[in-house]
Structures are given as C-alpha cells and as structure tokens.
Design a protein around this ligand. Structure first.
Ligand SMILES: Cc1ncc(COP(=O)(O)O)c(C=O)c1O
Length: 341
C-alpha cells in the first residue's frame, strides 16, 4: 500500500478529510448496519437536535505505525465505553462498544495510506461522534441519530510538541457544574470553554487550569486534558467526578505503578499544593504528555521546578514508556493494543 504524499513531519493538529469515514444511522429504535462512505459532508434538517440543543457526543483516539510497519490502535474499547456513557447522559441511543471497535478497525484499514509512518511524530487521529440528526423544536431528545467516525492525520497538539513546557493560567470561568456534564465528552462542554481558551491564548497562555466550580479551591483539569503531578516518588492526579476520565491518564497510572514503580495517588488536589510539586503536566490523546512550566494565578506565578526549557525527568520517562507501548516497542499490558489487519 502506497502512503499519501504528505510532509508527515510538518503536520499540525488540524482537520484534513481522508478517503473513508464510517456512518451508521439510528431510527425507529435501532441502528442500521453502518458502512464506509466517501462523503465528508452531512446533510440534515435545519431543526436537527444537534443544531438546536447541542445533542452531540464525541471521542478521540489514534492509530499508530509500529517500527515493523504494523498499524495499531490503543485501547479503543475504553473510548467505546466512554461514548456509551456520554450518549446515555444526553438521552441518545447507545452505539454499542463492540460495534465501535469494529468501526475503528474498518476506518483505519480503509485509510491505511493516511496513517503516518513510524518515527514521523505524526499519527492518524480518529474522531468518532454521535449526534441528533432528526428535527426537534420543543426541548426534547431528537427522534433519530447518526454515528460517524472520520480519520485525519495530525501532528503535535501544542506548538513545539511534547518537549516544550507550556504556560497556563487559572481560569475565572467554570468548566463543569457539580452535577453537570463535566465527566462526559459532549460538545457542549467545549463550546462553553471557547471564550476561556480564546482569552488565555490572547494573554499568551497555552491552556487554562480549571478549579472545581463549587469551592474554587481544588484542581480539576484543562479544557482538553487531565492534570498529572510528580512529587518525590508519587504520581498524583486529581480525583473528581466533574472531570473527563482520560484514557491516557488511566493508562499512565498503570505505567507509573507497574513500569516505573511510582506510588499512584488519585485524590483531591488542593490548588495550593501545586507549588510543592516537582513536575506538573497535562495528558490526553491529543497532547500525550505536555509538561507545564508556569501556572499564572491572577498574577501570582508558580514556577514549576523543571522550568520552561525542558520536560522533567519523570514525565519524560512516563511519556517515553507510554509511547513505547503505543508503538509496540515496549510490551503492553494485555488487551491494550488492537492491531489493524
Ligand atoms: C476535557 C478533557 N479532559 C481530558 C481529556 C483526555 O482524555 P483522553 O486521554 O481519553 O484523550 C480530553 C481529551 O479527550 C478532554 O477533552
């Protein structure tokens, strides 16, 4: 199979349509068989549930080329489970996780020419999503739904990639209400974060650190990643039911404990504790691990000891081990790697 003629090393985190996407439709109580499609555009009613009341959930995962040329994906079952949970919260029909994993295999295989080569620093990002396509006018769940999954080759999420530390600010906006939708991956959570990230970017920050909206004292997450901290031999990450349960963070907890011998603590992390941390980072499928160099809390700057020049040693080891597992250079725990054949 001949690869597309792209400058893989120069890719950024932007959308580029590829040859095939998967499409399934739900109507009258059941999903159809689903199929690959070459049509990147969606036509729908002007009164579609997604357009009127933001009834949409999504996922993000990646396919990788291994050193020996195989194509693999990483824990797609967890994304399948998460979109099931997200859909239920917005009263949408569940696209079963077994079918989700099957769709991942079909989309990656059909777009094999778009999977960036090993060592290029790029990956094939998959964007599965489900939305209310049928018309509503009163506030109600849509009468019909579409599940789609497209693929797009991407480079690093943050400019400078994994090694350059980022500068973040503490947001004055809330990301998630105490009994809201912060723990699911719904577009509505991201719409309301756009103003916060736009302001942060204009002020020269890469991201926002959100605090819990009830007490404004505990660390939550960023707009698109969970937060991880290193303190001595401990891997510490905020426990909260208003953050997204990141696949990357849950995987890093296993890597930290079983591969690097760190002690893992998932617990409430007061914001005031950040100045005691040796290393701080954000993690997610898109960012993998990005080190944090500075945290600006309304002019008070916490300078992380590892500074603005390079990634700290423990986060680097975590990152190298995780990406080594993802690219099959390091043996993965059972079931983590799904090969596309
Ligand atoms: C709000 C938020 N938190 C965390 C994450 C990281 O989750 P994952 O590691 O599953 O990509 C994401 C990205 O998916 C996100 O959007």
């Amino acid at each position: 199979m001949e690869k597309k003629n792209l400058d893989w090393g120069k890719l950024t985190f932007t959308y580029q349509p590829t040859d095939y996407r998967y499409v399934a439709n739900w109507e009258d109580g059941s999903w159809d068989d689903g199929e690959l499609s070459t049509e990147p555009n969606v036509t729908m009613s002007e009164s579609a549930g997604v357009l009127q009341y933001a009834q949409a959930v999504f996922e993000g995962l990646k396919a990788y080329t291994t050193k020996d040329g195989r194509i693999v994906t990483f824990r797609p079952d967890l994304n399948g489970e998460r979109i099931e949970r997200s859909a239920k919260r917005l009263v949408m029909p569940v696209f079963p996780k077994e079918r989700f994993v099957e769709a991942v295999k079909q989309v990656v295989k059909a777009n094999a020419a778009w999977v960036p080569p090993f060592g290029s620093g790029a990956t094939l990002y998959l964007r599965p999503f489900e939305f209310g396509i049928g018309p509503v006018i009163g506030v109600a769940p849509a009468p019909s739904y579409q599940f789609r999954m497209f693929a797009t080759p991407v480079g690093p999420y943050f400019p400078g990639g994994a090694v350059t530390p980022i500068r973040v600010k503490v947001s004055d906006y809330d990301r998630a209400a105490p009994v809201g939708t912060g723990d699911i991956k719904a577009g509505l959570n991201y719409a309301m974060s756009l103003r916060a990230i736009d302001e942060a970017h204009r002020e020269g920050f890469n991201e926002n650190f959100y605090l819990d909206s009830k007490t404004r004292t505990n660390l939550e997450e960023t707009g698109g990643a969970n937060i991880i901290c290193i303190k001595g031999n401990k891997f510490i990450t905020p426990k909260s039911n208003t953050i997204l349960p990141s696949v990357t963070r849950r995987s890093l907890e296993v890597v930290a404990k079983d591969y690097l011998g760190l002690e893992v603590e998932e617990r409430v992390v007061p914001f005031t504790e950040l100045k005691e941390m040796d290393e701080i980072g954000v993690c997610g499928t898109a960012a993998v691990i990005a080190p944090v160099g500075e945290i600006n809390d309304h002019g008070d700057v916490i300078k992380v000891p590892t500074g603005m020049e390079e990634c700290g040693p423990v986060l680097k080891k975590l990152r190298d081990t995780l990406t080594g597992i993802q690219m099959c250079e390091i043996e993965a725990p059972e079931g983590w790697i799904v090969e596309i054949k």
